[in-house]
Design a protein around this ligand. Sequence first.
Ligand SMILES: [Cu+2]
Length: 145
Amino acid sequence: MKRALLLFVIFLLMFGCSGRADTMRVEHGWIAEIPPMLSVTAGWLELHNDGDAPKYLIGAFSPNAESIEIHRSVMDGDMARMVFQPELEIPARGSLVFSQDTGYHLMLYKSHGMTAGAKVPVTLTFKDGSALTVAFAVVDRRTLE
Ligand SMILES: [Cu+2]
C-alpha cells in the first residue's frame, strides 16, 4: 500500500508538474480508426519545440493501448518496412512531422476505444525526463481523402 502510494507520488513528480515539457507542443494529433476486432493502429502528429535546446522523444504511452512504439516507414527496394526509432531529435525552434510523407508514426498495440470521434490521451516522454500529454482525435481515414 505504502509502496503503491510512493510510486504514485513519483509518477506525479515525473509527469505531473515539475517535469512538464513546457516548450513542446503537439498539433494535429490523430489516430486511425480501426474496427473493434482489430487492435493495432497508428497515429500521426506535428511535434513542435518552442525551446532553445533540442529535445529527444524517447517513448509514448496511453491508457488506450498496451504499448506504443515510435516507427519510421522506409522503402526497402519495393517493400515498405517499419523501423523502430529509439530516439528522435526535435531541433530547437523546430519541429518533427509524423506523416505519410516523412514515414514517422506512432504504432499502438493492443489498443481499444479507437472509434472515430473519440479523444484518446497520449503521453510523449522525452530524454530529459519531461513528458507531454495530449488528446489525439480518432479519425476515419476514409474521410481524409
Ligand atoms: Cu509502425
